[in-house]
Ligand binder design. Structure first.
Ligand code: RIB
Length: 306
């Protein structure tokens, strides 16, 4: 099986995670049960998920000049991710303040730090690597102008572009042709496209409208209800695996990274979505972001047991 080359242009964060009984209400102060520092960032999480699922991964990103940078880079090294295009900026490393309740649901507030300074010039340095990739994977935790620039390089070289627009922001119609696959959850679908999704049927209809407007394909993740994949010719619903959630942080990142690591020219999309769903299901049963992402063998073994 061909090993896919995946380049991620995205964020690297240290997650400061507080476990709480209930999320605080506006104006309320509560005492957390436990605080954990754990490597995260949607970009780095997806890079690690893709690498652990078998892809050859290059990370384009930025860390700051503080003590968090070193441990985050070590995790990339430990997963054999090429980090020659990770820049050092004169600011803080990205931080994510995460609160996880007893149901495993999270809220996240970002301090962008170095991620907010990742520039087109930084991406330009990696243009040959992007051009030689099979897949370019992006999220929304770096400046949008940098993301668009990276997508244009990829498009010019026939590289598949997967965008996970999280956190949500509007996408101009003129940018639609840059995106081969848009992967988002139901909240992001509502914020970006105004599509209200309360059922799988709604998600299929929303996906159809989005692809008719010019984005090549759409994958909408629906938590416990699984996911839908829509392009102009086909639509596909994939159920989620029922597991008891401990912490849903990085569930979406694991799904996307695992999905991006498999060659769709060689595998059936149904199988790839099942593999990605299993990866994500395993992640939610564990605490933390990168620490919870499984590898290919574990995912395949888990699926055999199903
Ligand atoms: O998707 C989860 C990630 O979002 C966390 O690791 C946090 O860093 C934020 O970027």
């Amino acid at each position: 099986m061909k090993v896919l080359k995946v380049t991620v242009v995205g964020s690297i964060n240290m997650d400061v995670v507080n476990r709480v009984r209930e999320h605080p209400l506006p104006g309320e102060t509560i005492i957390g049960e436990q605080t954990i520092y754990s490597p995260g960032g949607k970009g780095a999480n997806q890079a690690i998920a893709a690498a652990r699922s078998g892809a050859e991964v290059c990370m384009v990103g930025a860390v700051g000049n503080d003590a968090f940078a070193g441990p985050l880079l070590e995790v990339l090294d430990g997963n054999e991710i090429d980090r020659s295009f990770v820049q050092h900026k004169e600011t803080n490393t990205g931080l994510a303040f995460i609160t996880v309740n007893q149901k495993g649901e999270n809220t996240i507030v970002l301090s962008q730090g170095a991620n907010g300074l990742l520039s087109k010039e930084d991406v330009f340095l990696a243009q040959n690597t992007i051009a030689a990739s099979d897949v370019l994977l992006l999220q929304n935790e770096i400046p949008w102008a940098t993301t668009v620039y990276a997508m244009k390089i990829a498009k010019a070289h026939g590289v598949k572009v997967i965008l996970n627009p999280a956190p949500a922001r509007k996408i101009e119609q003129a940018e639609y042709p840059l995106i081969d696959l848009l992967v988002m959850n139901e909240l992001e679908t509502k914020e970006i496209f105004g599509e209200e999704i309360v059922s799988v049927k709604d998600a299929l209809a929303a996906g159809k409208r989005i692809v008719q407007n010019g984005i090549q394909s759409v994958l909408i993740t629906l938590g416990e209800s699984g996911s839908v994949h829509v392009d102009l010719e086909n639509e596909l619903c994939t159920p989620a695996f029922g597991v008891k959630a401990v912490d849903t942080t990085a569930a979406g990142d694991t799904f996307i990274g695992a999905f991006a690591s498999v060659d769709l020219k060689k595998s059936r999309i149904e199988e790839v979505l099942r593999f990605a769903s299993a990866a994500s299901a395993i992640t939610v049963t564990r605490q933390g972001a990168q620490s919870s992402i499984p590898g290919k063998e574990e995912i395949e073994h888990w699926l055999e047991e199903k």
